[in-house]
Write a protein of this length. Structure first.
Length: 309
């Protein structure tokens, strides 16, 4: 039996669903039941009736699935698949900061790229697909603390500059590698292309984009656009879905100053072999204490509710 056949057979016998982020390798995406952005993945996790969720992404994504589905087994192909952005805001530092600034009565908004322990300290979660909508629901007289991504936070502020918002100084090393000079060089080689930028990039790079949006919205934009060529300023695995779902158009991964693209090494920890093994062994699993899970669930549920309104 091929590895792919083994995985399909294990999915059936374990009553498992495979959820994969858009940055997973093409062979994993091709075997997944659902491929999408962080918002779509959390909605899928909340809705599935499978008994096992095999989460092909990074650790905080698996945790989010477990927060929403405590009765289900959530496995990751590689438990070491972390996230530099999540690591830039440890729960103890956030707790100390909130304690020190108690008088400011922050409304804490967390980008979903953070640990369950951090989510448990927050009022609401957002993703790059719903960030503006979520922030628009917060009473205007409350000062917002936005964690952990200063770039996503500053993007929200660009669309609503009068918001009172303090930004946590965190970032994603994959998106912060892009520079205006590298993007301008790529644009000069393909003058008719549209440039799509992920909001985790810094403001000078975002300013070069025809659109700034989540990975999922990038697909809709390219499908609906009359343009024929696109530069994607994000992780290069995005090219796989673009090429299969938007045929007849040409896509380029954006370069950095010293590399042809910017890969997320953590996303690539997952392999087909590890996916097969986690489905077979039901390990490694995400486990959370019920107290932590329940505290983290409140802001995640609030996000799901607000993103439907
Ligand atoms: P989205 O897919 O939600 O846009 O997020 C990108 C990302 O960096 C996930 O880690
Ligand atoms: Fe984290 Fe950045 Fe990798 Fe996304 S691309 S998982 S934010 S390190």
């Amino acid at each position: 039996m091929s590895l792919a056949q083994e995985i399909l057979e294990l999915k059936r016998s374990q009553r498992a669903v495979v959820l994969a982020h858009n940055y997973q390798s093409p062979e994993i995406q091709d075997l997944a039941d659902y491929v999408g952005d962080s918002l779509g993945l959390s909605q899928q996790a909340a809705a599935t009736d499978a008994e096992v969720i095999a989460f092909c992404g990074v650790h905080f994504m698996g945790e989010t699935a477990k927060i929403l589905c405590p009765q289900k087994i959530v496995v990751l192909p590689d438990a070491a698949a972390g996230c530099s952005l999540s690591d830039s805001c440890p729960a103890d530092k956030l707790a100390a900061y909130l304690d020190e600034h108690r008088e400011r009565n922050f409304y804490v908004v967390a980008y979903i790229n953070c640990s369950a322990a951090v989510k448990a300290l927050c009022d609401v979660i957002c993703t790059s697909g719903n960030a503006q909508r979520i922030v628009s629901r917060i009473p205007r007289d409350r000062e917002i603390l936005f964690i952990p991504d200063r770039n996503l936070g500053s993007w929200i502020l660009e669309s609503d500059p009068t918001r009172l918002m303090t930004l946590w100084p965190g970032g994603c090393h994959v998106h912060e590698r892009f520079t205006p000079a590298a993007i301008q060089r790529a644009a000069a080689q393909h003058p008719a292309t549209k440039i799509l930028v992920h909001p985790e990039c810094d403001a000078a790079v975002r300013a070069l984009g025809d659109i700034v949006c989540s990975t999922e919205k990038m697909i809709a934009y390219c499908r609906d656009s009359e343009a024929k060529e696109f530069i994607l300023v994000t992780e290069p695995a995005m090219l796989h879905r673009m090429r299969s779902e938007v045929p007849g158009k040409t896509f380029f991964a954006a370069p950095t100053d010293d590399a042809p693209c910017s890969e997320c090494e953590y996303m690539k920890y997952n392999t087909l072999e590890k996916l097969r093994d986690c489905l077979r062994d039901l390990s490694p699993q995400i486990t959370l204490t019920e107290d932590l899970r329940a505290r983290a669930e409140t802001p995640v549920r609030r996000m799901l509710e607000w993103s439907q309104l």
